[in-house]
Design a protein around this ligand. Sequence first.
Ligand code: MLT
Ligand code: MN
Ligand code: ZN
Length: 303
Amino acid sequence: MKIRILGSGAGGGFPQWNCNCNNCRRLRHNEMNGKARTQSSIAVSSDNNNWLLINASPDIRAQLEAFPAIQPKEGLRDTSIKAVLLMDSQIDHATGLLMLREGKPLDIYCSEMVKQDLTSGFPIFNMLSHYCTVNHHPIPVDGSSFTILALADLRFYTRALKSKAPPYSPHRHDPHEGDNIGVVIEQQSTGKKVFYSPGLGEIEEHVMSAMQTADCLLVDGTFWTEDEMIDQQVGKKQASQMGHLPQSGSGGMIEVLNKIPNARKILIHINNTNPILDEDSGQRKILDVADIEVAYDGMEIDL
Ligand code: MLT
Ligand code: MN
Ligand code: ZN
């Protein structure tokens, strides 16, 4: 299985257009050792030819242009994107669907809750019905599995987890199963598994069990601390209020990942305020010691 990190940043990307925080300012002025990042999306393939897009970021145009394997191969109009799987209905994960409107009907796999958001608070499925149209495929949120015809060697185990529905969702303050999901993707011919969850607020028992089955973990790397946005005076919300488990501290993501010694561990969906974006930072050293990697745009993982 091949996994291409199309975008490793959180909503806003890095640097964020209007942000002068310590990281954004220093990156823009070449004063830090770090990499710019586009917004959150990955692509997965078992044959290096047919791809599943997971999340569709507002930066999708640049992400696809930077990735020849997914570009048109034959005929006047073509794509190697056979389907799209959505983890939630957040702006950074769904807006890119609008940029795919010139193509054939989009086969979109998402939960009933995400479909509700994308036909109400953020009605892009309705909008796309005037362009390419959407074939919505409902997915399980109880950990049971499904396959996608055009990507037959891959099996997907999807399950609801605790994070947050977006502010425009009817469920923002009334959480429903399936507002956010995590996925284990198994390549059936090799048995290799990746766990992907860019928005993960709480490690429930079933999440830990799913993580323990995986060869590679691609998990929420949004914030280093619970009060990061508040401390840096760029926001009023704590990490937990946004549905993200911070990396540091008791019960944080580093502690969680330390309990899973055999998997390759990679943080993804990194917010521009996170000190780990500075590759010379003390926080980055802590990750190095714990054998935890930080995803970057264009990173490829072979499993
Ligand atoms: C989130 O995951 O919390 C989002 O990246 C926030 C946003 O897009 O504004
Ligand atoms: Mn996000
Ligand atoms: Zn910033």
